[in-house]
Design a protein around this ligand. Structure first.
Ligand code: SF4
Length: 699
């Protein structure tokens, strides 16, 4: 059976086979356009996570108060009680007293249903996703520059490009199959150049032709300096700027405010290296930029995104083969969630909750009994703040583990303790959040349910059900529609299949820039994947739209792209004599998020078996720290204790912790987010995981 990997946003095709003894095997799907048969270590070992059912949640459970043990109950009892509690809070405190916190690992239909339920029927916009923690700065960046949250490029652009600028990303570890494709292209074409901009010397940096290990938080300074040099070198596209973009004059004034020498000093790199970047962009035929969390997870994440997109707009390198800004998605369906409106500020098909016309369209389509609220709901971090202050009473958490993944996680723990009612819908009892639940709902896992996902290149993939879920676990879609029926919305949630949900979602995209009305659920099953948009009349033989903006018509009101003049200050948490180091967090190669899946696979644990703190030899020396010694990382919020890994792969003044480990897994203070800060970008509300002020001492 052909399906899609459920880890990262590359969205690799997988062939799953079941042997006569029930054992599953997986291999890369050679026919899949995204991975052409290749899989990384996580994908190759996916079957182990499915076959090991030792941690599975098998039955609905609930308790009447937190001092009581959980008891197994029927689905009806669990959903009846949840509906009764939700109705009581909504009646007493209003619709904004409840919230759903969902996941980039949810399927598109699941996202669509939760969104429809709370926005259109409960009357609150309190739904957000853990994609808020990884993609929301890119979403806002694309909207401000191009008019909509739309990735302009596709993977086939890799073979058309001769310059890759990777900024704040480590695809060699985090998007391995995409990276292998870039490496193969470079091996076949030695003229291809790769630039890596990252404060850490990652595997990506090691494989690049040029590595700029900039100081954390200085990306905008650097990109403005590159923009200045492109202007001075005459390597901008005046025809494109004149005819298709606004904002160049103020951009020009802004980037001329700082000399390249000054920028080099601030960024901690050489003037020569900045000039080389600008020269290579100027000389390239195909300029593809790729980024992830280094730009997104920042208090100035939106401006960081815009500063990179600017380089494409001033050079006209967008909408052409091998050219464009490519935000890599971390999760398998972060894109699908954004498309269906699974963020607190958006509605299906990239509509906006603050736009009265958009609200009216969706209200009419859903035939809602209430008006859709005209203000954004609570975002991820705001939900836990609201639980702490008591304004939010109930939270329903679906397939995500905020007790490990949220910044300043001790405040999240306090919030979940204070919450009046917590529902956890998950696959695994290893999710640290389960311990705070009043109601636990067992969800079907990958291969056990049907649905669709969208990968980083706008490719929608169909995922079939391959095996039955264990115990009484149900597909997430069915859990939501059953709950909606219990809430009294039977007529609007009377689904009997995921296909009905998909077809309804496809209809609501009609006439928008992400129109997929040309592909019914039945047709998608046959095709397996398509790239949106795919409107009716596009021709059922096609595969959709590979590249956007080929006609230089952008999704802004006047059809022109917007170049932004950007101040270059970083407003992250300041360091001081008590907390003089900057901590950045991130992924390691063989683990995924909070390890509820990959942490169970022995082969994956062999790569890096325990958490560590990477620290520069100079910083270790002045603290008397030797390699492998136990150290304590301290911030204004808490502590982490792990072994030191002394390495010149981080700059002096910078240290790195992997994000994956949770308190519960090793019963120790190994959770990186004990020390991270909860500052967010004011527009994207994405947290600043890449910049927390800390100190490190020998423990
Ligand atoms: Fe799965 Fe991503 Fe690896 Fe592909 S690159 S196999 S999608 S984890």
């Amino acid at each position: 059976m052909q399906t899609t990997c459920c880890y990262c946003g590359v969205g690799c095709g997988i062939v799953v086979k079941q042997e006569s003894n029930g054992r599953l095997t997986v291999e890369g799907d050679k026919q899949h356009p995204s991975n052409r048969g290749m899989l990384c270590s996580k994908g190759m070992n996916l079957h182990y996570t499915v076959m090991d059912q030792s941690d599975r949640l098998l039955y609905p459970q609930m308790r009447l108060n937190r001092s009581m043990p959980m008891q197994r109950v029927s689905w009806d009892s669990a959903l009846d009680r949840t509906a009764a509690v939700f109705k009581t809070f909504i009646e007493k405190f209003g619709p904004d007293s409840v919230a759903f916190y969902v996941s980039g690992q949810c399927l598109t239909e699941e996202y669509y249903l939760v969104n429809k339920l709370i926005k259109g029927f409960i009357g609150s916009n309190n739904i957000d996703t853990n994609s808020r923690l990884c993609m929301s700065s890119a979403v806002v960046g694309y909207k401000l520059a191009l008019g909509e949250d739309s990735v302009p490029v596709c993977y086939d652009d890799i073979e058309e490009a001769d310059l890759f600028l990777v900024q704040g990303a480590n695809p060699a570890w985090c998007h391995p199959i995409l990276w292998r494709r870039i490496e193969a292209h470079k091996a076949a074409n030695p003229n291809v150049k790769i630039i890596c901009i990252d404060p850490r010397r990652t595997d990506t940096a090691r494989s690049s032709d040029l590595h700029l290990p900039i100081r954390p938080g200085t990306d905008i300074v650097l990109n403005n300096a590159i923009g200045r040099l492109l202007i001075e070198n005459g390597d901008i596209d005046l025809d494109f700027i004149t005819n298709h973009a606004d904002g160049f004059t103020t951009y020009h004034t802004q980037v001329m405010l700082r000399s390249v020498e000054e920028a080099a000093e601030i960024c901690g790199v050489s003037v020569e290296d900045i000039r080389t970047v600008a020269d290579w962009i100027g000389r390239s035929k195909g300029f593809l930029s790729l980024w992830t969390m280094g730009l997104n997870q920042s208090v100035v994440g939106v401006n960081k995104n815009l500063s990179l997109i600017n380089l494409h707009l001033i050079t006209g390198r967008i909408g052409k083969p091998g050219n464009g800004p490519f935000s890599l998605t971390g999760q398998p369906n972060a894109m699908g969630g954004r498309e269906t409106g699974g963020l607190a500020n958006v509605l299906p098909a990239h509509r906006d909750v603050t736009n009265a016309d958009h609200r009216a369209e969706v209200e009419a389509f859903w035939n809602t009994p209430v008006r859709i609220a005209d203000k954004p709901g609570l975002t991820a971090t705001e939900m836990f703040d609201a639980l702490n202050t008591g304004t939010l009473k109930a939270i329903w958490i679906i397939n995500t583990n905020p007790m490990v993944s949220m910044p300043d996680v001790n405040t999240v723990e306090a919030a979940l303790k204070k919450a009046r009612f917590v529902v956890v819908q998950d696959v695994s009892n290893r999710a640290d959040t389960v311990q705070f639940a009043d109601v636990v709902l067992p969800a079907a896992a990958w291969l056990e349910k049907e649905g669709t996902m969208t990968n980083a290149e706008r490719r929608i993939a169909y995922l079939p059900k391959v095996i039955d879920a264990p115990g009484e676990a149900l597909p997430d879609s069915e859990i939501i529609w059953r709950f909606a029926q219990k809430m009294g919305f039977e007529a609007n949630f009377s689904y009997t299949s995921v296909a009905e949900v998909y077809d309804e979602y496809a209809k609501i995209t009609a006439g928008t820039n992400i129109d997929i009305t040309g592909v019914s659920h039945e047709l998608l099953k046959q095709k397996r994947t398509i790239q949106w948009p795919f409107p009716q009349g596009a021709g059922s033989a096609g595969q959709g739209t590979k590249r956007l903006f080929s006609d230089n018509q952008f999704y802004t009101a006047n059809g022109r792209a917007q170049i932004h003049a950007l101040p270059d200050e970083n407003t992250s948490e300041p360091t001081d004599s008590d907390f003089p180091l900057v901590l950045t967090t991130g992924r390691i190669r063989d683990q995924w998020h909070t390890m509820t899946k990959t942490g169970r696979v022995a082969k994956l644990n062999q790569h890096i078996p325990q958490p560590f703190l990477q620290i520069h030899p100079d910083d270790a020396r002045i603290r008397g720290i030797q390699d492998e010694q136990l150290v304590e990382v301290r911030s204004r919020r808490g502590e982490v204790r792990v072994k030191a890994q002394i390495s010149e792969d981080v700059r002096p003044g910078l240290c790195f912790l992997p994000m994956h480990w949770g308190k519960r897994l090793n019963n120790n203070l190994n959770r990186a987010n004990n020390v991270t800060n909860a500052l967010v970008d004011p527009r994207s509300k994405e947290p600043d995981f890449k910049f927390s002020a800390v100190d490190v001492v020998l423990y």
